[in-house]
Design a protein around this ligand. Sequence first.
Ligand code: PMP
Ligand code: GLN
Length: 381
Amino acid sequence: GHPALAPFGTTIFTTMSALAAEHDAVNLGQGFPDTDGPPEVLAAAVEAIRGGRNQYPPGPGTPDLRRAVAEHQERFYGLRYDPASEVLVTVGATEAIAVAMLALLRPGDEVVMFEPYYDSYAATVALAGGVRRTSVLTFPDFAVDEASLRAAFSDRTRVVLLNSPHNPTGKVFTREELELVASLAREHDAWVVTDEVYEHLVFDDARHVPLASLPGMRERTLTISSGGKTFSTTGWKVGWVCGPAAAVAALLAVKQFLTFGASGPFQPAVAAGLRLPDEVFAGLAHALEAKRDRLVGGLRRMGLEVAVPRGTYFVVADVAPLGVVDATDWCLGLPERAGVGAIPVAAFHDDAAAARTLVRLAFCKEDHVLDEGVRRLATLV
Ligand code: PMP
Ligand code: GLN
């Protein structure tokens, strides 16, 4: 394989979903919903396919989707972007993250990120020849540790790679925490690449604050999101980046030779989704909040300590009370032994010791699936 990728091996999602399928397990591992999203969005894709929109879309994305992304940023956050020069459509958030790293980093440049981190972050930084510097968020409160965050910055810091709401912890960064990140980025003249794919999956009284909305940050921030989570269409791979024109042009220069473009008929469908009324977005969060409570309740009844997530569709639990000493080994055996798929949080860490007995479970599943997952896990108590 590619030398820069050698330390990463096979992504945990591939490994765990294959094991779950092999053992016909209840898959609470890889995060994807088991029901479809808004019917208007699905109908728009069918219509686009029937209407012959099956050839290459424009490389930067269809003008209409770029307009819809800009309208969405303004409607929800008051952030204004020029659709023609400041919005770029990508093949999911995954491609956006990769092209941002490839475009912004020179070999040896450092990227500050919180740990645990979404697994593609470390791999794409490595592909770009960058070096990651991490600050650990610790179970169960996952609070930002200011001293360790400061220590992660240096005169080689080029990018801060942020993710809020945060996978795998479900943490929604507070405005104060984001202000700290922003002030350090300004101090070190760094770009912030912020992955906000779970922007609409926020619960209780938590609010998603886009980093670009903080004073002085729009000009140094690239904001990434995706239709996959918001419209329950993870297989469509329609993502986007918003940011200053010069940076967006630099990402496009890379992107044109990675994929050029993709997901032609799904681009108008996601544009239709982004224009749905506020209630549709709120309805998704509302439905997921009830599922969160259902899974958290089940895990607590088993005697597990749970970090209650205020965003995303993941919950982290400590399975030490089940006699587990290494959650990675435990998760590898779980589909066969209990018929459940789960993700070890250590997969998102450089230092596995920080998450030895922690597992991530997804709750974007039908209630009866969550109940069956809990029932099966409870047989291990
Ligand atoms: N970032 C985070 C934090 C994610 O959880 C995911 C999806 N699992 C992605 C990026 C990738 O998004 P997409 O499917 O749109 O490529
Ligand atoms: N984002 C999903 C998760 O965290 C998985 C994405 C993938 O399979 N690469 O579960």
